[in-house]
Structures are given as C-alpha cells and as structure tokens.
Design a protein. Structure first.
Length: 159
C-alpha cells in the first residue's frame, strides 16, 4: 500500500468512499453527498488530499486544510475515510501518519480534530496511541444519523 496525493482519475473511488462515510452518519458532520462535480471541487479545494492505494485501487483518503484563519491559521484540521471493505487493515493509521508529515511540510504547527465522536472508539484509540491529546468533551455535540446526540471529543497534536 502507498499513500500519495490524489489524481483526477481517483475521484470516482474517493467520492464513493467519502459518501459511504457520510451515509453511515456516525463520523462526519457532512450530510450532503458529493457528486462528480462537487467532489472534484471539494477535494481540489483542500490544502492537501491524499489517498492510500493497493493494486491500483483507492482504499481510503484524507483531506487536510486550515482549521481557522489569520492568527489561528497555523492550526490544521483533517478528515479520514476508509472504505468499509478495507477497514481493520491499519489503513487509517497510515493515513494519519502521512497527514501529520504533510501538515508539517505545509507549515502547520498543530493538527486539531474538532469533532471526534466519543463512541468512535477505534479512531480515538488510534489518535491517543499516536500522541494526540484530548481537550475535553462536548456533551451532545454530534447529531447521529438516527437523530440522537453523542458527545464529541476534540483532539490535537503539535507537529
């Protein structure tokens, strides 16, 4: 498996993986699905979009962008998506590690996650294992697909 910058030819797989996570409704705040046009625009608008591939097939991706502007523009934010059929193969870990390096290369000083759902145990364990610090808990900060609210746990790591 290799992690690399995305190419336009990756977009159909990327859009499919992204939409799968959005439809699950348990991790991403987005509710709108991407189509060919909105997906191309969305991924191109990021500071960096990386994919992980094996045998010429995209298995997952990440987006990296500023978390804020101006005096807080040195803090970046990222989102990760792995196809359901590829989960459990440490793909998320490879994406996060590449993202940490890319964030530093782009001049960011901190990577912050604003809304890690408290029940997303696999992501939380990964971030903690990689040295991220939890900032606290925001009660009821994430509306799940079924309409109930879960807590979110912001995390950060200095780059």
């Amino acid at each position: 498996m290799i992690v690399r910058q995305y190419k336009d030819s990756d977009l159909p797989d990327m859009i499919s993986i992204w939409n799968e996570v959005v439809l699950e409704g348990i991790a991403f705040p987005q509710e709108e699905l991407l189509d060919e046009d909105s997906g191309a625009e969305f991924f191109a608008s990021q500071s960096y979009t990386g994919v992980i591939e094996a045998d010429g097939r995209v298995l997952g991706l990440y987006i990296l962008h500023p978390n804020n502007v101006g005096r807080c523009g040195h803090i970046c934010n990222a989102s990760y998506a792995v196809s359901s059929e590829s989960r459990g193969r440490h793909i998320g870990e490879q994406l996060v590690l590449d993202c940490l390096k890319k964030g530093k290369d782009l001049g960011f000083r901190v990577l912050q996650f604003n809304a890690v759902v408290e029940t997303n145990i696999h992501a939380r364990h990964l971030y903690e294992r990689l040295g991220f610090t939890q900032l606290g808990t925001i009660k009821g900060g994430f509306r799940m697909k079924d309409g109930h609210y879960e807590n979110i746990c912001p995390y950060y790591k200095e780059l």
